[in-house]
Design a protein around this ligand. Structure first.
Ligand SMILES: Nc1nc2c(ncn2[C@@H]2O[C@H](COP(=O)(O)OP(=O)(O)O)[C@@H](O)[C@H]2O)c(=O)[nH]1
Ligand SMILES: [Mg+2]
Length: 466
């Protein structure tokens, strides 16, 4: 999401930065370009206008033309305007015993998927969630939630038939009896113009008094999503928005308009079909990602969730002894893969968004990793430890053994060289990888141990530990 908007905004900034001094005309032109970029990304026209007005006011107020580095200041103003548009960070409220979270929205937006993701997320944080199958519209809906419950090992309350209102009411008593702390109601999809079905959730809401009513919105639906959100909010007083399918190629207009138009905060983003593809929404992080500044914080959290501490410590020693070899390369790739699709991970690195969009998709998918695995497994232990000895005839043998081409082998060796270079940057603390390494379990220490680490580096590192 946001690829096109990102590119256009960054092109605008590049033009500004290319100029030594900025005139009023330059800033006007840039603001027009920003507005056009927003509209092209399907941002609501009123939101786009307000966005640009915000920047213009501050540009004048702070007299950026006469300040240092006006181009850079425009970037900062756009960043601030993005955050203002995306709203304040808002947490899910879990007051109540049990706390009830009702999921509502159109059909197919990802409510049931979210129910599972949310339950997993809350369980990790120490809650005892119960999933409730309150979609009696589609015959397969109850079974879908039950399957999810089995996969995630989270209890599901379901009844073979009956009215959703009664099922929800009974499920809450059941939750109390069983000591559940959170109840997630997975309701049926409905059109905001279907009066009968809208009345149904109004009744559920009145009866069970959910602490949170989350409207699940498919980011791919663009402008229409904003209208739907307004209609739902008017009837059931939505307390939070969840944007799903932001991993798709939506233009991002819904994400940028919906909070400002409805006044309801975005609480989560759905970033994939799998159960771990849920992100707590952080406006500042998304703003940075849109502007190509990366989202190192989310990346670090993902890394900490998925990296194996023991592995990381072993790796740290290898980097110190400069014995990082192809075996380690393979194990690193496998760990990285656990953090999610490589493309999404790379986009979170500062300056990498633009690079990531140029890497062919297949290069980031599982098949590619399988090929790499096959190639490395066709090497002798000596070759894996000392790739420099791999000459033409060895390459031919490896290609044959792994069912790949010599070109594939060359490509892998090239990538390995690049990673080695990045590893060097990690140990000297330069560039995005340096910052990332500093935060990863085990890797941070590598920086201290290198001869180039200065006292200041050591102090910084100490600070980070606290
Ligand atoms: N790519 C992607 N697909 C999603 C996401 N959330 C849900 N889906 C898919 O969207 C489809 C509909 O999801 P479902 O949870 O059944 O929607 P519901 O009708 O609102 O309950 C399914 O194929 C899901 O796998 C997401 O964040 N990203
Ligand atoms: Mg469903």
């Amino acid at each position: 999401m946001f690829d096109a908007l990102s590119e256009r905004l960054q092109a605008t900034f590049d033009r500004l930065r290319g100029k030594g001094r900025l005139s009023e005309g330059d800033v006007d032109e840039a603001l027009k370009e920003i507005r056009r970029a927003l509209l092209a990304a399907d941002v609501h026209f009123a939101v786009a206008r307000r966005f640009v007005d915000r920047i213009r006011e501050r540009a004048v107020g702070e007299d950026i033309l006469h300040g240092l580095n006006p181009g850079q200041q425009v970037v900062k103003l756009v960043h601030d305007a993005l955050i203002a548009t995306l709203g304040e960070p808002a947490r899910l409220s879990l007051d109540g015993s049990p706390a009830v979270v009702m999921l509502v929205g159109l059909q197919g937006t990802g409510k049931t998927t979210l129910a599972g993701k949310l339950a997993m997320n809350l369980r990790r944080a120490g809650s005892r969630p119960l999933l409730v199958a309150a979609d009696m519209q589609r015959p397969a809906a109850v079974a879908q939630l039950q399957t999810l419950g089995r996969q995630t090992d989270i209890p599901v309350y379901a009844e073979p038939s009956g009215r959703p209102l009664d099922i929800c009411t009974r499920s809450i008593q059941h939750a109390r009896d069983q000591g559940h702390t959170v109840v997630i109601l997975d309701t049926a999809g409905r059109l905001h113009i279907d009066d009968d079905l809208m009345r149904e959730i109004e009744e559920i809401r009145t009866r069970v008094q959910p602490r949170e009513t989350l409207l699940v919105v498919d980011a791919m639906t663009g402008q229409e999503a904003v209208k739907v959100a307004e209609a739902f909010h008017a009837r059931v007083n939505v307390t939070g928005l969840v944007l799903t399918k932001v991993d798709g190629d939506a233009r991002g207009g819904a994400a940028l308009s919906i909070r400002e138009v409805t006044g309801v905060p975005i609480k989560f983003l759905g970033t994939g079909e799998k159960m771990d593809a849920l992100e707590v929404f952080h406006p500042d992080r998304l703003a940075s990602r849109i502007l190509g500044m990366g989202d190192v914080l989310t990346l670090i959290e993902k890394a900490q969730e998925n990296f194996d501490r023991a592995e990381a410590e072993k790796l740290q020693k290898k980097i110190q002894r400069a014995t990082f070899d192809l075996e380690d390369f393979l194990s690193q790739l496998q760990q990285l893969k656990r953090m999610g699709p490589l493309g999404q991970v790379l986009e979170m690195l500062p300056g990498f968004g633009r690079v990531a969009s140029q890497i062919p998709r297949e290069a980031m998918e599982g098949d590619h990793l399988k090929r790499i695995e096959a190639i490395i497994q066709s090497m002798t232990p000596g070759e894996r430890a000392e790739p420099a000895i791999i000459d033409g005839s060895r390459k031919r043998r490896i290609a044959r053994g792994s069912g790949t081409t010599q070109q594939d082998v060359n490509q892998l060796l090239g990538q390995f060289q690049q990673v080695r270079t990045m590893m060097k940057q990690m140990t000297t603390g330069r560039g995005p990888f340096g910052r990332l390494a500093g935060a990863m379990p085990g890797l941070g220490g590598a920086r201290m141990a290198t001869p180039t680490a200065t006292r200041r580096d050591r102090k910084k590192k100490k600070k980070r530990r606290r």
